[in-house]
Design a protein around this ligand. Structure first.
Ligand code: ZN
Ligand code: FE
Length: 238
């Protein structure tokens, strides 16, 4: 079993503290202070950091957390040069154990060229970084729409009841865009009401199931790379 503690950091990022048996890891520590506070509150010591990609808001806590806890840092091998203190590099299809979980590495090019997602098979939990957001998709800073469409295809193949935890709380803004493209989608209209309620109470909109996203996220509904590209361009100018 995997226990997930969500830690809001920076402006709108989420880092996560995850635990399975004796294994404890931090996902995407974009800063160290809030995360160390959360660890101290839980009275636990991490052994690993998992990074999804090299952007500063996902890796800036690496160095200080490693200094304090001597963690092993795991992330995409192809982004080694730009990930501070990276120890173990991973590539698409790699599998490793974490507590009683089996973790599969899914490379999802698009937002960056080396971006990876971590899929915890036993608990059916996906950490999607800045690839797949609730109701959105990460900006294509390095990859093409075609690459990103193929990445989304890989994620779509996961079980419908997969729980998704992503790197930012962008859900409400994303919802407004999805609604502009897909105004008659009743699932979306219902989901927006839930999101508004959660955000009014300052609660996270995550996790969200893949099934829910398939019904509402316009980027998961795109039928081909051309359509995906069109939605991405519309979003860039929204
Ligand atoms: Zn990013
Ligand atoms: Fe980010």
């Amino acid at each position: 079993m995997l226990t997930v503690t969500l830690v809001p950091i920076l402006e709108d990022n989420y880092a996560y503290i995850i635990q399975s048996q004796d294994s404890i890891a931090i996902i995407d520590p974009g800063e160290s202070k809030a995360i160390i506070n959360a660890l101290e509150k839980l009275n636990i010591t991490p052994s690993f950091i998992l990074n999804t990609h090299h952007h500063w808001d996902h890796v800036n806590g690496n160095k200080q957390i490693k200094e304090k806890y001597n963690v092993e840092i795991i992330g995409p091998e192809s982004e080694r040069k730009s990930i501070p203190e990276l120890d173990t590099g991973l590539k698409n299809g790699d599998i490793f154990n974490f507590g009683d979980e089996t973790v599969e590495v899914i490379e999802t090019q698009g937002h960056t060229l080396g971006h990876i997602c971590f899929y915890f098979k036993n608990s059916k939990i996906l950490f999607s970084g800045d690839t797949l957001f609730s109701l959105g998709c990460g900006r294509l800073f390095e990859g093409t729409a075609e690459q990103s469409f193929n990445s989304f295809k890989k994620l779509k193949a996961l079980p419908d009841d997969t729980k998704i935890y992503c790197g930012h709380e962008y859900t409400l803004e994303n919802a407004e865009f999805c609604l502009s493209v897909d105004p008659d989608n009743q699932h979306l209209i219902k989901r927006i009401k839930e999101i508004e309620n959660l955000r009014t109470n300052n609660k996270p909109t995550l996790p969200v199931t893949l099934e829910q996203e398939k019904k509402t996220n316009i980027f998961l509904k795109a039928k081909n790379a051309e359509e995906f590209k069109k939605f991405r361009e519309l979003k860039d100018n929204f």
